[in-house]
Design a protein around this ligand. Structure first.
Ligand SMILES: N[C@@H](CCC(=O)N[C@@H](CS)C(=O)NCC(=O)O)C(=O)O
Length: 68
């Protein structure tokens, strides 16, 4: 069983997404972004697809078959 994700949210109103540290997670400096070990991912649909596959969520949350 994979370990649970630990959410860490940059303070976008304070401009924290423009920091060098966050730039290493997402070069576009937008939220959301995901860091899983050495793997980083941007864009919310891609993040949802990644998490739903990694944690094997029930298919009705994010169907593998996009026609469902
Ligand atoms: N297409 C991107 C949109 C990302 C995006 O626009 N994020 C906004 C917040 S909803 C953001 O980071 N705004 C802060 C900024 O642009 O500095 C996605 O779906 O993840």
């Amino acid at each position: 069983m994979p370990s649970r994700a630990q959410p860490r949210l940059p303070r976008t109103r304070g401009g924290q997404q423009h920091s060098d540290g966050f730039g290493k997670v997402n070069v576009l400096r937008k939220v959301p972004a995901l860091k899983d070990g050495d793997f980083t991912l941007a864009e919310s649909p891609a993040i949802l697809a990644y998490l739903s596959q990694k944690y094997k969520t029930p298919d009705h949350w994010y169907p593998l078959d996009m026609k469902k």
